[in-house]
Design a protein around this ligand. Structure first.
Ligand code: SF4
Ligand code: SF4
Length: 303
């Protein structure tokens, strides 16, 4: 099987034409000369349509297309990849997803979306993404319901079918392994076989120390070989093995308030930039050192 990266590149070339690899090489070279990150993750909304029983919703806010454009228009070089994703949220909940996608499409060479799939509509499924990444917290109705607190897997599968039937984008699926879905790998493979989703993988659920999201201590698949956490005697959570390098070295994060941050997990007192400017992009290069050293606010829980 092709690696996901190669498959994504071939898929983008098929959609955007034979000159796309050349444009990619030029953009990467320009970013490299300026030592800038090649990717930007954008949070289109603080809202989410998954409806988890345990969710403590954030203050609702949608990133305006003009706010994204303001950041991209002052960048010395625009990123190669732009990924729409949620933090404690999901992109499909944005009322401006079409506008955000259009702005991203004009500036980045590859535009993808990571979503939990809840609330898909035919109009959303037809948006011009190069790649859809669906995150499932369980691959059976019962494990999905045990994580989310609602019976929603069928709706997500229906949403995946809408995207798959459009046939334009590469589709990938990720099983997030929580305690109720720790035994779901076989069911996940069968489900993806039945849908025709070729690119799939399982990843461990990430601990959320805020307690606002699914990633509470009691939801972690402690004891599963993939789970990077242990429970401490005082009830806290810590990494059970040496973590790898920062997974966000190649990209920055623009949150739904239009604040640029080092990664989706970072918050005060980590560095950030609230006003779009060329200097803000150049200053953001200095965030790479604390990311490499893993000494930002959330790094101690980041596998
Ligand atoms: S817990 Fe997470 S996935 Fe569930 S509704 Fe809230 S933000 Fe969405
Ligand atoms: S929390 Fe730290 S290690 Fe994890 S992505 Fe962010 S900067 Fe990198």
């Amino acid at each position: 099987m092709l690696t996901r990266t190669l498959a994504a590149a071939l898929s983008a070339t098929a959609v955007h034409g034979p000159l796309w690899p050349l444009r990619l090489a030029v953009r990467l070279a320009r970013l490299g000369i300026r030592r800038m990150q090649r990717g930007l993750v954008v949070e289109p909304s603080t809202k989410c349509l998954a409806g988890c029983a345990c969710c403590i919703p954030s203050e609702p806010r949608d990133l305006a297309p003009g706010e994204l454009a303001a950041w991209l228009d002052c960048a010395p070089v625009n990123p190669v990849t732009l990924n729409l994703a949620g933090k404690h949220s999901d992109p499909l909940a944005s009322g401006s997803l079409g506008g955000i996608t259009a702005v991203a499409r004009r500036r980045a060479l590859s535009v993808s979306i990571s979503t939990n799939g809840a609330g898909m509509t035919p109009e959303t499924a037809a948006l011009p993404f190069d790649r859809w990444i669906f995150g499932l917290p369980g691959a059976t109705r019962s494990s999905y319901a045990a994580v989310r607190g609602i019976d929603g897997l069928d709706g997500v599968i229906e949403g995946m079918r809408m995207v798959l039937s459009s046939g334009r984008a590469m589709v990938e699926s990720v099983l997030t392994v929580w305690k109720p879905s720790a035994g779901d790998r076989e069911a996940f493979e069968s489900l993806m076989d039945s849908l025709g989703v070729v690119y799939r993988r399982a990843v461990p659920g990430i601990f959320d120390p805020s307690g606002n999201d699914v990633g509470r201590a009691e939801m972690l698949a402690i004891g599963d070989p993939s789970c990077p956490y242990r429970l401490d005697p005082d009830g806290g959570v810590s990494l059970s093995r040496e973590p790898g390098p920062c997974p966000a070295l190649g990209y920055l994060f623009l949150d739904a308030s239009a604040v640029l941050r080092p990664c989706p997990f970072c918050d005060r007192p980590d560095p950030s930039a609230a006003v779009p400017s060329r200097n803000a992009w150049l200053e953001a290069r200095s965030w790479e050192a604390p990311k490499r050293a893993r000494n930002l606010s959330h790094c101690r829980w980041c596998p």
